[in-house]
Design a protein around this ligand. Structure first.
Ligand SMILES: [Zn+2]
Length: 85
């Protein structure tokens, strides 16, 4: 069974839809931050902006990803990025 939206393996299946975890989260999940309930993607964007990692106007995806990777440097988050416990 594949996801209706992206074609990956569906893990969330109902009569109305078959979705992978990522697409299910994108479509239905919300988070409350500072008393405001918002979609996960909005919450993620807000948190990136709070630490100065919002995507700048005209910034390429590669440049933006590079800034984010530099911010989350191995000295700060190496164990998480490398999958070490
Ligand atoms: Zn999907």
């Amino acid at each position: 069974m594949t996801c209706d939206d992206c074609g990956r393996i569906a893990t969330q299946t109902r009569e109305e839809y078959q979705l992978c975890d990522r697409c299910y989260t994108k479509r239905f999940s919300t988070i409350t931050i500072d008393g405001k309930n918002m979609k996960v993607s909005e919450a993620f964007k807000l948190q990136l902006e709070k630490v100065g990692l919002g995507r700048k106007e005209g910034e390429s995806m590669a440049d933006w990803c590079g800034r984010c990777r530099a911010w989350a440097s191995p000295t700060k988050y190496g164990k998480i990025l490398e999958g070490k416990a």
